[in-house]
Write a protein that binds this ligand. Structure first.
Ligand code: ADP
Ligand code: MG
Length: 461
């Protein structure tokens, strides 16, 4: 029919606009490398902030003692304690608790948010078993994983540049988040020192390195996306501080804000951006991360409803609600292997209130999921290739093994996304290099990583 032909034309156009042939991916990787250089050269030199983290040593495995971590970066925060036993014993015991943040605290006052967090930390510490031992006379020490853009002033201080991911507390912006946390800890009467402030990418890098000495970069693909990697201090012109013994510095790229004329952007992406809370910002994140993939799909489905009447003569009202279709819905439809695609049918019914879709329509939905998620996964792989190129690891001259630690709900739970990312990275690197580059899942490595960084920055070591 004429309607179906129109629907197929819309699909075809999307497919063409989202195409990421290998040549385009190489251009994206090269653009990433170039922006990295520019961001390292001067403050504000690039869309990539390339933030200096003051982490100039990554875990060696020798870390010993009881350390804590606090991970704040989304709707939940986690408190972790870990008993480290050094080279021989490694992680002796680790415990974590997750607490969800009441939404009103995400947009309330700074004191209320940090008091809530500090109270939970106090509760966590008061419930400690005897397996966790703090030598007498020692103060407890904590690594604070804070996954928002921060301009660090030392390993244990930094001012908030802006809130993201639904947080909005104006009075915290420009403040030192460690001092905010420390004041709240003091108000609880708790004896605890914040020894390190780290981004979740940096924590993941540190946690990954603890288990595998060849880890040189970390990427988060969750609600948002970001990356951190190990840079040579000589290659950071904007660094005017002391030259660390290691000669290295971990850089928090804030790569979600990457953009380039080579990115395959469609009208759907442009309108999503224009109607977002942060128009013009985080363009790479809006193409790639879990917060947005389902929303891109919704926008395509809405167009199909409006212009090809794919779901009947009227537009199903729920299809007009932004963010109603989440990326986990999209992945379960994409990964529906049943012959009648009944998962697609049930998501359409439960989430969008659409019933009675034809099998060919459901097949088209799976195709749409594939187009949107492949583009995201392939662009993520190109970003990683850009980092490897910056590190000079895109050749195997020295046959060195290179490991990238990945984490985040999108990478962890969306299997087809993950497979596409891995195969695309191998495709970009080529047969010679690909066998030396390994992607690992650093499951919840950021909390452990923050505790490890606190350990290596302990006042007692
Ligand atoms: P955060 O990024 O908020 O710290 P996570 O790393 O756990 O938290 O990532 C959560 C995000 O991962 C969700 O917002 C969602 O976009 C994505 N995600 C979670 N589960 C799935 C899934 N099954 N399929 C696709 N994406 C998922
Ligand atoms: Mg996270």
């Amino acid at each position: 029919s004429c309607r179906w032909a129109r629907a197929e034309a819309i699909l075809k156009e999307l497919e063409e606009k989202c195409a990421t042939p290998i040549g385009k991916l190489r251009q994206v990787a090269d653009a990433m490398t170039m922006e990295m250089h520019a961001g390292l050269a001067s403050e504000g030199g690039s869309k990539l902030k390339m933030l200096i983290t003051y982490v100039d040593n990554l875990p060696t495995g020798d870390e010993k003692g009881l350390f804590y971590a606090l991970d704040l970066g989304g709707t939940n925060f986690r408190v972790i304690r870990v008993q480290l036993g050094g080279k021989e014993l490694g992680v002796i015991k680790q415990e974590a608790e997750e607490v969800s943040i009441p939404p009103h605290l995400m947009i309330g006052s700074s004191n209320e948010l940090f008091d809530f967090i500090a109270a939970e930390v106090a509760r966590f510490i008061s419930s400690e078993s005897e397996e966790f031992q703090l030598p007498t006379g020692r103060q407890r020490e904590l690594g604070f994983t804070f996954s928002f853009p921060v301009r660090q002033t030392s390993l244990s201080s930094g001012t908030l540049i802006k809130w993201t991911k639904g947080f909005s507390i104006d009075e915290t912006v420009g403040e030192d988040v460690v001092s905010e946390l420390t004041k709240a800890i003091d108000r609880q009467g708790l004896d605890l020192r914040v020894a390190a402030l780290v981004n979740d990418t940096v924590g993941t890098l540190a946690g990954g390195r603890f288990y595998d000495k060849d880890v040189v970069a970390a990427v988060i693909l969750g609600t948002g996306t970001n990356a951190a990697y190990v840079e040579r201090v000589h290659a950071i012109p904007k660094w005017h501080g002391l030259f660390p013994n290691s000669g290295e510095m971990v850089i928090n790229m804030e790569w979600g804000n990457f953009r380039s004329s080579h990115l395959p952007l469609t009208d759907y992406d442009d309108s999503l951006d224009a109607e977002s809370l942060n128009p013009g910002e985080q363009i790479f994140e809006k193409l790639v991360s879990g917060m947005y993939l389902g929303e891109i799909l919704r926008r395509v489905l809405l167009k199909l409803a409006e212009e090809a009447f794919l779901f009947g003569d009227t537009v199903p009202p729920k299809l007009r609600i932004p963010f109603i279709l989440r990326t986990p819905h999209m992945s379960s439809m994409h990964e529906d292997t049943s012959s009648d695609l009944h998962v697609v049918a049930s998501k359409f019914k439960d989430v969008l209130g659409i019933t009675g879709t034809a099998l060919k329509t459901r097949k088209m939905v799976v195709d749409l999921c594939n187009i949107i998620s492949s583009r995201a996964a392939r662009l993520s792989a190109a970003g990683i290739a850009g980092i490897l190129k910056k590190q000079g690891r895109e050749f195997t001259l020295e046959r060195q093994r290179t490991v990238i630690a990945l984490d985040g709900g999108l990478f962890e739970h969306y299997t087809l996304f993950r497979k596409s990312l891995e195969s695309t990275l191998a495709e970009i690197l080529g047969n010679e290099v690909a066998p030396f580059v390994v992607v690992i899942h650093a499951n919840d490595g950021s909390g452990l990583g923050a505790a490890l960084i606190a350990a290596s920055n302990s006042q007692y070591s």
